[in-house]
Design a protein around this ligand. Structure first.
Ligand code: HEC
Length: 112
């Protein structure tokens, strides 16, 4: 009886102590790097769906030297037809990376 009570308590302690640590460990692991790994990945999976010259929904961003604070302000707050993206979806680190990536691209030749 005393043994089984102690076993139950130990089990509870294990759940209370280990589970949060395990959850915390996975969530910190996800933030080791930026959410999108690279600016190229973010551009290809999000921005490019509207901004690539082949799509043309949003204006071309490549090679225009747009400053990071400008890009961050538009991404965070949206701009007319452009939807806003919260930091939970695109973190600041990823925005810095996409700014660098866009600056590294040549401007498109068919830009008007
Ligand atoms: C759902 C489509 C869509 C997505 C996805 C999207 N944009 Fe846009 N974006 C637009 C549109 C449309 C505009 C033009 C808004 C207007 O002028 O009415 C725009 C405008 C902008 C501008 C201003 C451009 C200028 O010429 O001043 C920036 C900077 C920008 N977007 C950055 C981004 C970045 C970075 C991403 C990815 C994180 C992104 N956008 C994702 C549709 C999108």
């Amino acid at each position: 009886m005393a043994f089984s009570l102690r076993a139950k308590a130990a089990k509870r302690l294990l759940i209370a102590a280990v589970l949060p640590v395990a959850l915390f460990a996975t969530s910190t692991h996800a933030q080791d790097d930026s959410q999108w790994q690279s600016g190229k990945n973010l551009y290809n999976n999000v921005c490019g769906h509207c901004h690539s010259p082949e799509v043309g929904v949003g204006p071309e961003l490549a090679g225009r030297g747009l400053p990071e604070p400008y890009i961050r302000a538009i991404v965070r707050h949206g701009f007319r037809a452009m939807p806003a993206f919260p930091a939970s979806y695109i973190d600041d680190e990823s925005l810095a990376q996409v700014t660098e990536y866009l600056a590294s691209l040549p401007p498109s030749t068919d830009q008007q």
